[in-house]
Write a protein that binds this ligand. Structure first.
Ligand SMILES: N[C@@H](CCC(=O)N[C@@H](CS)C(=O)NCC(=O)O)C(=O)O
Length: 291
């Protein structure tokens, strides 16, 4: 028996309880594949992004805005909204792009290439445009070390800590302890790395920073899961120094607005098809009929 008095005994064979509670129980399923036929919209630009401004989505829109800020016109993109709470990731068009049914997914029209997994999208764009990954093998490897670190670590933060601290139907002590310990350990890993390095992978701003900031930067600001005090985020000083530095980048400020459906209306750009959309089409400026 745990300290919660939970006496659950797993049955011989697991069966799906559709109503298991928790914030995401309506969309979680134990099977893959499409639930309905739905083509994806296509815009005019070379890159088509289907996403939502969760940390995994924001990684990619930061990268695209950074590439555009460097003058890479081929990085122009249409960002379409995928409402995961409404199950749009299970439409047939989206599943064709990403059989894993999770945002973000990218389609490169010129190359005829689909890219899914946010880390793979960052790597694809870095290679395609030749930016944000050091050119030398040692520097590139260090940046990839941290990119893969993020892809492996963030599920403990989101699916582990965030789920049990914020989303589960009850507060269970054992998993909250287990994932809090891991989350704090991860923050300490970053804090130590950033004590000796300007950016996560050294002295160059890279895809590693773009991947890690939406997760651990927001965590360091106490903005995710309402857990700032619980995790004592202010004690990670170097992580905070880096978080604030990245947050000041104009491309980061734009990237975090794209496909955003929560927070201040002036920071929500549900779909992005043109650079002017940041000025003209945020939710505070749209007529109710356009929403
Ligand atoms: N490893 C994936 C994770 C993507 C992911 O978990 N996406 C979430 C939103 S942050 C999602 O689409 N969830 C919908 C679902 O699980 O049905 C990546 O990095 O792209």
């Amino acid at each position: 028996m745990t300290s919660n008095g939970n006496t659950y005994e797993p049955p011989k064979v697991w069966t799906w309880d559709k109503d298991n509670g928790g914030n995401w129980s309506s969309i979680n399923r134990p099977i893959a594949g499409a639930t309905h036929d739905k083509d994806l919209p296509r815009g005019d630009h070379p890159l088509q992004l289907y996403s939502l401004a969760t940390p995994n989505g924001v990684k990619v829109t930061i990268m695209l805005e950074e590439l555009l800020a460097l003058g890479e016109k081929g990085a122009e993109y249409d960002a379409f909204l995928i409402k995961i709470g409404d199950g749009e990731q299970f439409g047939s068009g989206f599943v064709d792009l990403n059989p894993n049914s999770k945002i973000p997914a990218l389609y490169d029209k010129d190359a005829g290439v689909r890219v899914f997994e946010s880390g793979a999208i960052l790597l694809y764009l870095a290679d395609k445009f030749g930016h944000f990954l050091p050119k030398d093998i040692a520097g590139r490897t260090e940046a990839l070390n941290w990119l893969f670190w993020l892809q492996g670590s963030a599920p403990y933060l989101g699916g582990g800590f965030g789920h049990f601290y914020a989303y589960a139907p009850e507060k269970f002590e054992y998993p909250i302890n287990r994932f809090t310990m891991e989350t704090k350990r991860q923050m300490d890993v970053l804090d130590r790395q950033l004590a000796d390095n300007t950016f996560v992978a050294g002295e160059e701003y890279s895809v590693a920073d773009m991947a890690i900031w939406p997760w651990y930067g927001n965590l360091a600001l106490g903005k995710v899961y309402g857990a700032g005090e619980f995790l004592d985020v202010d004690s990670y000083k170097h992580l905070r120094r880096w978080t604030d530095m990245i947050a000041e980048r104009p491309a980061v400020q734009r990237g975090r607005m794209v496909n955003r459906t929560f927070g201040e209306l002036s920071e929500q750009l549900h779909e992005r098809h043109d650079a002017s959309d940041f000025e003209l089409r945020t939710q505070d400026k749209l007529e109710p009929a356009d929403e």
